[in-house]
Design a protein around this ligand. Sequence first.
Ligand SMILES: *[C@@H]1O[C@H](CO)[C@@H](O)[C@H](O)[C@H]1NC(C)=O
Ligand SMILES: *[C@@H]1O[C@H](CO)[C@@H](O)[C@H](O)[C@H]1NC(C)=O
Ligand SMILES: *[C@@H]1O[C@H](CO)[C@@H](O)[C@H](O)[C@H]1NC(C)=O
Ligand SMILES: *[C@@H]1O[C@H](CO)[C@@H](O)[C@H](O)[C@H]1NC(C)=O
Ligand SMILES: *[C@@H]1O[C@H](CO)[C@@H](O)[C@H](O)[C@H]1NC(C)=O
Ligand SMILES: [Ca+2]
Length: 218
Amino acid sequence: MGLHSKTFTTKLFAFKCDSYYNKKCLPLLLCVGLLLFFYAHILQYFAKLYLLQCHLNSVDLNETCLKCGAGWELHGGNCYNFNTMKSSWNESRDSCKYLGGDLVKIDSREEQMFLFGRLSNFTVNEQDKFWIGLTDSEEEDRWLWADGSPLNSSLTFWADNQPDNKSLDGAAEADCVRMGKKGGADFLKSWFDTSCNYPQKSICEKAAETGQSSCVYG
Ligand SMILES: *[C@@H]1O[C@H](CO)[C@@H](O)[C@H](O)[C@H]1NC(C)=O
Ligand SMILES: *[C@@H]1O[C@H](CO)[C@@H](O)[C@H](O)[C@H]1NC(C)=O
Ligand SMILES: *[C@@H]1O[C@H](CO)[C@@H](O)[C@H](O)[C@H]1NC(C)=O
Ligand SMILES: *[C@@H]1O[C@H](CO)[C@@H](O)[C@H](O)[C@H]1NC(C)=O
Ligand SMILES: *[C@@H]1O[C@H](CO)[C@@H](O)[C@H](O)[C@H]1NC(C)=O
Ligand SMILES: [Ca+2]
Protein backbone atom coordinates (compact mmCIF):
# COMPACT_ATOMS: atom_id res chain seq x y z
CA MET A 1 0.00 0.00 0.00
CA GLY A 2 1.46 3.29 -1.17
CA LEU A 3 0.25 5.33 1.80
CA HIS A 4 2.13 3.16 4.28
CA SER A 5 5.35 2.97 2.40
CA LYS A 6 7.75 5.72 3.16
CA THR A 7 8.21 6.74 -0.45
CA PHE A 8 5.92 6.77 -3.41
CA THR A 9 5.96 8.53 -6.71
CA THR A 10 3.33 10.28 -8.76
CA LYS A 11 3.54 12.77 -11.56
CA LEU A 12 0.04 14.06 -11.14
CA PHE A 13 -0.39 17.81 -11.76
CA ALA A 14 3.05 17.85 -13.23
CA PHE A 15 5.06 17.92 -10.05
CA LYS A 16 7.01 15.26 -8.36
CA CYS A 17 5.91 13.70 -5.12
CA ASP A 18 8.52 11.47 -3.56
CA SER A 19 7.37 10.96 0.01
CA TYR A 20 4.75 11.80 2.64
CA TYR A 21 6.97 14.38 4.20
CA ASN A 22 7.98 16.08 1.00
CA LYS A 23 6.58 19.64 1.15
CA LYS A 24 5.52 19.43 -2.45
CA CYS A 25 3.29 16.47 -1.64
CA LEU A 26 1.14 18.26 0.87
CA PRO A 27 -0.97 20.30 -1.59
CA LEU A 28 -1.65 17.21 -3.68
CA LEU A 29 -2.71 15.11 -0.72
CA LEU A 30 -4.88 17.95 0.56
CA CYS A 31 -6.41 18.33 -2.84
CA VAL A 32 -7.25 14.65 -3.13
CA GLY A 33 -8.60 14.65 0.44
CA LEU A 34 -10.85 17.64 -0.21
CA LEU A 35 -12.15 16.11 -3.42
CA LEU A 36 -13.03 12.88 -1.62
CA PHE A 37 -14.68 14.86 1.18
CA PHE A 38 -16.94 16.85 -1.18
CA TYR A 39 -17.68 13.83 -3.32
CA ALA A 40 -18.97 11.99 -0.24
CA HIS A 41 -21.15 14.97 0.68
CA ILE A 42 -22.61 15.27 -2.79
CA LEU A 43 -23.38 11.55 -2.81
CA GLN A 44 -25.04 11.86 0.57
CA TYR A 45 -27.10 14.82 -0.63
CA PHE A 46 -28.51 12.88 -3.58
CA ALA A 47 -29.14 9.81 -1.45
CA LYS A 48 -31.19 11.95 0.95
CA LEU A 49 -33.13 13.52 -1.89
CA TYR A 50 -33.92 10.09 -3.28
CA LEU A 51 -35.11 8.78 0.10
CA LEU A 52 -37.29 11.87 0.60
CA GLN A 53 -38.84 11.32 -2.82
CA CYS A 54 -39.65 7.72 -1.92
CA HIS A 55 -41.16 8.80 1.35
CA LEU A 56 -43.40 11.39 -0.31
CA ASN A 57 -44.51 8.82 -2.85
CA SER A 58 -45.40 6.20 -0.27
CA VAL A 59 -47.51 8.75 1.63
CA ASP A 60 -49.32 9.47 -1.58
CA LEU A 61 -49.31 5.88 -2.77
CA ASN A 62 -53.05 5.61 -3.24
CA GLU A 63 -53.14 8.77 -5.31
CA THR A 64 -50.14 8.20 -7.49
CA CYS A 65 -49.39 4.51 -7.70
CA LEU A 66 -52.73 2.71 -8.09
CA LYS A 67 -52.99 1.10 -11.48
CA CYS A 68 -55.34 -0.87 -13.69
CA GLY A 69 -54.42 -2.64 -16.89
CA ALA A 70 -55.43 -1.47 -20.34
CA GLY A 71 -59.20 -1.52 -20.83
CA TRP A 72 -59.91 -0.92 -17.12
CA GLU A 73 -60.97 2.32 -15.44
CA LEU A 74 -59.64 3.23 -12.00
CA HIS A 75 -62.14 4.46 -9.46
CA GLY A 76 -61.94 4.45 -5.65
CA GLY A 77 -59.17 1.87 -5.46
CA ASN A 78 -60.88 -0.54 -7.84
CA CYS A 79 -60.72 -1.15 -11.56
CA TYR A 80 -63.79 -1.46 -13.75
CA ASN A 81 -64.19 -2.96 -17.19
CA PHE A 82 -67.36 -2.32 -19.18
CA ASN A 83 -67.84 -5.29 -21.46
CA THR A 84 -70.13 -4.53 -24.41
CA MET A 85 -70.15 -8.14 -25.66
CA LYS A 86 -73.52 -9.60 -24.72
CA SER A 87 -73.56 -12.99 -23.01
CA SER A 88 -75.28 -14.93 -20.24
CA TRP A 89 -74.60 -14.06 -16.61
CA ASN A 90 -72.42 -17.16 -16.18
CA GLU A 91 -70.45 -16.51 -19.36
CA SER A 92 -70.02 -12.83 -18.50
CA ARG A 93 -68.72 -13.82 -15.11
CA ASP A 94 -66.24 -16.21 -16.72
CA SER A 95 -65.01 -13.37 -18.96
CA CYS A 96 -64.44 -11.18 -15.92
CA LYS A 97 -62.54 -13.96 -14.18
CA TYR A 98 -60.44 -14.53 -17.26
CA LEU A 99 -59.41 -10.86 -17.00
CA GLY A 100 -58.50 -11.27 -13.31
CA GLY A 101 -61.70 -9.87 -11.80
CA ASP A 102 -65.32 -10.80 -11.25
CA LEU A 103 -68.73 -9.34 -12.01
CA VAL A 104 -69.02 -6.08 -10.10
CA LYS A 105 -70.10 -5.99 -6.46
CA ILE A 106 -71.66 -2.67 -5.50
CA ASP A 107 -70.60 -1.78 -1.96
CA SER A 108 -71.67 1.83 -1.70
CA ARG A 109 -74.02 4.48 -2.97
CA GLU A 110 -70.96 6.24 -4.32
CA GLU A 111 -69.95 3.19 -6.37
CA GLN A 112 -73.49 2.87 -7.70
CA MET A 113 -73.43 6.54 -8.77
CA PHE A 114 -70.10 6.15 -10.51
CA LEU A 115 -71.18 3.05 -12.42
CA PHE A 116 -74.51 4.51 -13.42
CA GLY A 117 -72.76 7.63 -14.71
CA ARG A 118 -70.32 5.59 -16.80
CA LEU A 119 -73.00 3.33 -18.27
CA SER A 120 -74.45 6.00 -20.54
CA ASN A 121 -71.09 5.93 -22.25
CA PHE A 122 -71.63 2.30 -23.27
CA THR A 123 -75.38 2.36 -23.74
CA VAL A 124 -76.60 2.35 -27.32
CA ASN A 125 -80.34 2.10 -26.70
CA GLU A 126 -82.84 2.07 -23.84
CA GLN A 127 -82.82 -1.72 -23.58
CA ASP A 128 -79.07 -1.87 -23.10
CA LYS A 129 -78.31 -3.14 -19.63
CA PHE A 130 -75.30 -4.60 -17.84
CA TRP A 131 -74.92 -7.67 -15.66
CA ILE A 132 -73.76 -6.98 -12.12
CA GLY A 133 -72.56 -9.75 -9.80
CA LEU A 134 -75.90 -10.23 -8.04
CA THR A 135 -77.99 -13.39 -8.23
CA ASP A 136 -80.56 -15.44 -6.32
CA SER A 137 -80.02 -18.57 -8.38
CA GLU A 138 -79.04 -20.66 -5.36
CA GLU A 139 -82.16 -19.91 -3.37
CA GLU A 140 -85.16 -17.90 -4.53
CA ASP A 141 -85.22 -14.37 -3.12
CA ARG A 142 -81.90 -14.74 -1.29
CA TRP A 143 -79.71 -12.29 -3.18
CA LEU A 144 -75.97 -12.97 -3.08
CA TRP A 145 -73.01 -11.26 -4.67
CA ALA A 146 -70.69 -13.35 -6.84
CA ASP A 147 -68.24 -13.67 -3.92
CA GLY A 148 -70.98 -15.28 -1.83
CA SER A 149 -71.67 -12.30 0.42
CA PRO A 150 -75.32 -11.38 1.05
CA LEU A 151 -76.92 -8.26 -0.39
CA ASN A 152 -77.07 -5.50 2.24
CA SER A 153 -80.78 -4.65 2.39
CA SER A 154 -80.02 -0.99 3.11
CA LEU A 155 -77.77 -0.79 0.07
CA THR A 156 -80.03 -1.88 -2.79
CA PHE A 157 -80.83 0.05 -5.93
CA TRP A 158 -83.79 -1.82 -7.41
CA ALA A 159 -85.88 -0.04 -10.01
CA ASP A 160 -89.57 0.49 -9.12
CA ASN A 161 -91.44 -2.81 -8.77
CA GLN A 162 -88.20 -4.82 -8.92
CA PRO A 163 -87.27 -7.55 -8.45
CA ASP A 164 -90.37 -8.73 -10.31
CA ASN A 165 -89.12 -12.25 -11.09
CA LYS A 166 -89.93 -11.68 -14.77
CA SER A 167 -87.64 -13.05 -17.42
CA LEU A 168 -87.28 -11.51 -20.85
CA ASP A 169 -86.87 -14.78 -22.72
CA GLY A 170 -89.80 -16.75 -21.32
CA ALA A 171 -87.59 -18.63 -18.85
CA ALA A 172 -89.32 -19.70 -15.66
CA GLU A 173 -86.95 -17.83 -13.40
CA ALA A 174 -85.38 -14.39 -13.26
CA ASP A 175 -82.39 -14.95 -11.01
CA CYS A 176 -79.75 -12.50 -12.20
CA VAL A 177 -79.51 -8.73 -11.93
CA ARG A 178 -78.76 -6.23 -14.66
CA MET A 179 -78.31 -2.52 -14.30
CA GLY A 180 -79.18 0.32 -16.61
CA LYS A 181 -81.51 3.07 -17.63
CA LYS A 182 -85.04 2.35 -18.64
CA GLY A 183 -87.71 4.95 -19.02
CA GLY A 184 -87.17 7.38 -16.18
CA ALA A 185 -85.00 5.10 -14.03
CA ASP A 186 -82.66 7.22 -11.96
CA PHE A 187 -79.31 6.13 -10.61
CA LEU A 188 -80.72 4.94 -7.28
CA LYS A 189 -83.36 2.83 -9.06
CA SER A 190 -81.61 1.01 -11.86
CA TRP A 191 -81.47 -2.70 -10.96
CA PHE A 192 -83.67 -5.23 -12.79
CA ASP A 193 -83.82 -8.99 -12.37
CA THR A 194 -84.12 -11.20 -15.43
CA SER A 195 -83.28 -14.64 -16.76
CA CYS A 196 -79.59 -15.45 -16.29
CA ASN A 197 -79.40 -16.78 -19.84
CA TYR A 198 -80.60 -13.57 -21.48
CA PRO A 199 -77.50 -12.06 -23.17
CA GLN A 200 -76.44 -8.74 -21.65
CA LYS A 201 -73.45 -6.46 -21.57
CA SER A 202 -71.60 -6.61 -18.24
CA ILE A 203 -69.42 -4.80 -15.71
CA CYS A 204 -66.29 -6.43 -14.26
CA GLU A 205 -64.42 -5.25 -11.18
CA LYS A 206 -61.01 -6.03 -9.68
CA ALA A 207 -58.84 -4.44 -7.03
CA ALA A 208 -56.30 -1.96 -8.34
CA GLU A 209 -52.63 -2.91 -8.13
CA THR A 210 -50.28 -0.70 -6.17
CA GLY A 211 -47.24 0.10 -8.30
CA GLN A 212 -44.21 0.66 -6.09
CA SER A 213 -42.21 1.38 -9.22
CA SER A 214 -43.28 5.04 -9.36
CA CYS A 215 -40.93 5.53 -6.40
CA VAL A 216 -38.00 5.06 -8.74
CA TYR A 217 -39.27 7.54 -11.28
CA GLY A 218 -40.45 10.13 -8.78
C1 LIG B 1 -54.48 3.08 0.69
O1 LIG B 1 -55.77 2.52 0.58
C2 LIG B 1 -55.95 1.32 1.32
C3 LIG B 1 -57.35 0.77 1.04
O2 LIG B 1 -57.99 1.46 0.03
C4 LIG B 1 -55.77 1.62 2.81
O3 LIG B 1 -55.91 0.43 3.55
C5 LIG B 1 -54.39 2.19 3.02
O4 LIG B 1 -54.24 2.55 4.37
C6 LIG B 1 -54.16 3.41 2.14
N1 LIG B 1 -52.77 3.85 2.26
C7 LIG B 1 -52.43 5.12 2.40
C8 LIG B 1 -50.97 5.37 2.53
O5 LIG B 1 -53.25 6.04 2.41
C1 LIG C 1 -74.03 -21.12 -13.92
O1 LIG C 1 -72.93 -21.82 -13.38
C2 LIG C 1 -73.24 -22.51 -12.17
C3 LIG C 1 -71.97 -23.09 -11.61
O2 LIG C 1 -70.89 -22.84 -12.41
C4 LIG C 1 -74.28 -23.59 -12.45
O3 LIG C 1 -74.59 -24.25 -11.27
C5 LIG C 1 -75.51 -22.91 -13.02
O4 LIG C 1 -76.45 -23.92 -13.38
C6 LIG C 1 -75.17 -22.09 -14.23
N1 LIG C 1 -76.37 -21.32 -14.58
C7 LIG C 1 -76.84 -21.28 -15.80
C8 LIG C 1 -78.08 -20.47 -15.99
O5 LIG C 1 -76.29 -21.83 -16.73
C1 LIG D 1 -66.78 7.87 -22.91
O1 LIG D 1 -66.36 8.83 -21.95
C2 LIG D 1 -65.15 9.48 -22.23
C3 LIG D 1 -64.82 10.41 -21.10
O2 LIG D 1 -65.32 9.99 -19.89
C4 LIG D 1 -65.25 10.19 -23.55
O3 LIG D 1 -64.03 10.81 -23.87
C5 LIG D 1 -65.63 9.22 -24.64
O4 LIG D 1 -65.80 9.90 -25.86
C6 LIG D 1 -66.90 8.48 -24.28
N1 LIG D 1 -67.18 7.45 -25.27
C7 LIG D 1 -68.38 7.26 -25.79
C8 LIG D 1 -68.48 6.14 -26.77
O5 LIG D 1 -69.33 7.93 -25.49
C1 LIG E 1 -75.23 -1.91 5.05
O1 LIG E 1 -75.17 -0.64 4.44
C2 LIG E 1 -75.32 0.43 5.36
C3 LIG E 1 -75.42 1.71 4.57
O2 LIG E 1 -74.29 1.91 3.77
C4 LIG E 1 -74.14 0.41 6.32
O3 LIG E 1 -74.25 1.45 7.26
C5 LIG E 1 -74.08 -0.93 7.03
O4 LIG E 1 -72.93 -1.01 7.82
C6 LIG E 1 -74.07 -2.07 6.02
N1 LIG E 1 -74.17 -3.35 6.72
C7 LIG E 1 -73.36 -4.35 6.49
C8 LIG E 1 -73.61 -5.61 7.24
O5 LIG E 1 -72.43 -4.27 5.71
C1 LIG F 1 -90.09 -16.55 -9.13
O1 LIG F 1 -90.54 -17.40 -10.16
C2 LIG F 1 -90.30 -18.78 -9.91
C3 LIG F 1 -90.74 -19.52 -11.15
O2 LIG F 1 -92.02 -19.15 -11.55
C4 LIG F 1 -91.05 -19.20 -8.65
O3 LIG F 1 -90.73 -20.55 -8.36
C5 LIG F 1 -90.61 -18.32 -7.46
O4 LIG F 1 -91.36 -18.63 -6.31
C6 LIG F 1 -90.79 -16.86 -7.82
N1 LIG F 1 -90.20 -16.09 -6.75
C7 LIG F 1 -90.86 -15.09 -6.15
C8 LIG F 1 -90.12 -14.37 -5.06
O5 LIG F 1 -92.02 -14.77 -6.44
CA1 LIG G 1 -67.37 -2.90 -5.62
